[in-house]
Design a protein around this ligand. Structure first.
Ligand SMILES: Cc1cc2nc3c(=O)[nH]c(=O)nc-3n(C[C@H](O)[C@H](O)[C@H](O)COP(=O)(O)OP(=O)(O)OC[C@H]3O[C@@H](n4cnc5c(N)ncnc54)[C@H](O)[C@@H]3O)c2cc1C
Length: 400
């Protein structure tokens, strides 16, 4: 009954791949098991939040913990890129704007920026200054801040590829499969059963299955999570027009209008079809929320997202009037929020069964640090001392 592995990470997304990298460098036999990107397949059991070419990167987050996670992650990018030979980070700058003037984030910004040595510039006169940024237009009373490199964007698919490449270099095993059941054996080790009918045994487990963390027979108790469908609009930008948008940074735009709220935008980046697309996403009143696995599966497999396009197009037209929106399409994704507003990282009530998840919409940019915190907790029983001991507490749904 000797387990196959010392530690098995379930989920090879942004967090799982980062954790697997840290664990494979320091523990015994480590494997990461996760579902591959399904493409257009309608039969995949699970999907993910990272099937894309760009995610906003900033340093100063909602509070000091988020800021440290972002900072610690960017500190690793150069070495991850070097070790893996995979380039995923673009420090083109990140602009934060509140349409209505200074907000709490902007008021707290400078003290966090000082603490983490962030290079930035406040922007006070919106109409005068924002035009510097690739033609973006904001209301006159807007206030904002621009962070320089390393803020900008990362390619999430390539970051995962890089983390898994290093995991492999360090002797970690990568398994493509979906886990459908986890059980505890008499000796306290774990048995995992997969979609393809295989079983794996392991002494310890880290569950990092993103917005799917509450599904299947894996965790002993459901986490408090709000899970939502997310729709982005991708607008094709012809290669000869790319120069026009070369000064456009990544954007996080706090605005709350009838049809759109909390906008994010990424300048044109190359997609697998060889074209360049600019991306805009936001919350909107027609967003759908999920309770069950079947609902999320149906969202990815069957639901139509074209009806979300007009509101996003109108918001984008106001923000970037020079952009031609004729050639655009929508893309579906999933996002989840924790009850604490921070990632959940910790050991469950079952000894040796750990979890790291709950993306809150901001966990691509700090996934490396989330993986590191989880790995240290598993290996040493504590989280890195830079973080408050209660930074990543887990909240569970009350048992009936
Ligand atoms: C449209 C959109 C835009 C976003 N923009 C940003 C942004 O600009 N900046 C930012 O920082 N964040 C952004 N996010 C959030 C970010 O992408 C997520 O926080 C991040 O992907 C979370 O990483 P994760 O590893 O927890 O989950 P995921 O990246 O989703 O990875 C989980 C993995 O586990 C796999 N899996 C699930 N269940 C199982 C199972 N039972 N067995 C095996 N494998 C399983 C999944 O297939 C997936 O590969 C965005 C999200 C969306 C949807």
């Amino acid at each position: 009954m000797i387990p196959d592995f010392d530690i098995l990470v379930i989920g090879k997304g942004l967090v799982g791949s980062a954790a697997a990298k840290y664990l494979s460098g320091s523990a015994g036999k480590v494997a990461v098991i996760g579902a591959d990107e399904p493409g257009e397949s309608k039969s995949s059991l699970v999907y993910a939040s990272h099937y894309d070419q760009a995610r906003v990167q900033r340093i100063v987050g909602k509070d000091e913990v988020w800021t440290r996670l972002n900072f610690d992650s960017t500190e690793q990018y150069e070495s991850i890129q070097k070790k893996s030979g995979i380039h995923f980070h673009y420090g083109i700058g990140c602009l934060y704007v509140n349409a209505y003037g200074e907000d709490d984030y902007l008021r707290n910004f400078s003290s966090l920026a000082r603490k983490f040595d962030v290079t930035y510039k406040p922007i006070e006169h919106a109409e005068e200054n924002y035009n510097d940024f690739g033609g973006l237009v904001f209301p006159g009373k807007a206030a904002g801040i621009i962070e320089s490199n390393p803020s900008g964007y990362i390619n999430p698919r390539l970051l995962i590829k890089a983390q898994l490449e290093i995991t492999k270099q360090q002797g970690g095993l990568i398994i493509s499969d979906t886990v459908i059941k986890l059980s505890v054996r008499d000796n306290g080790s774990f048995l995992l059963e997969t979609e393809s009918g295989k079983t794996y045994s392991t002494k310890q487990v880290l569950v990092a299955t993103g917005s799917f963390i509450n599904y299947f027979d894996i965790l002993p108790q459901k986490l408090k999570l709000i899970t939502k469908g997310e729709v982005v609009l991708l607008v094709k930008v012809d290669e000869e027009l790319l120069d026009r948008y070369s000064t456009l940074p990544s954007l996080l735009y706090e605005i709350d209008e009838d049809e759109t709220e909390a906008i994010y935008l990424i300048p044109p980046v190359k997609y697998p079809d060889g074209n360049y697309y600019l991306k805009i996403g936001c919350n909107s009143p027609d967003d759908v929320f999920f309770d069950t696995l079947e609902q999320v599966q149906n969202w990815f497999r069957n639901s139509k997202s074209e009806s979300y396009a007009p509101a996003r197009s109108r918001a984008l037209q106001r923000l970037l009037p020079s952009l031609n929106l004729d050639d655009s399409f929508t893309k579906k994704c999933v996002i989840s929020w924790t009850a604490t507003g921070r990632p959940y990282i910790g050991e469950t009530a079952v000894k040796g069964l750990f979890l790291a998840g709950g993306c809150n919409g901001y966990s691509a940019m700090c996934s490396d640090a989330i993986g590191r915190v989880a790995a240290q907790l598993i290996l040493n029983g504590n989280i890195p001392e830079d973080y408050p001991a209660n930074a990543f507490g887990i909240e569970y749904v009350d048992e009936e």
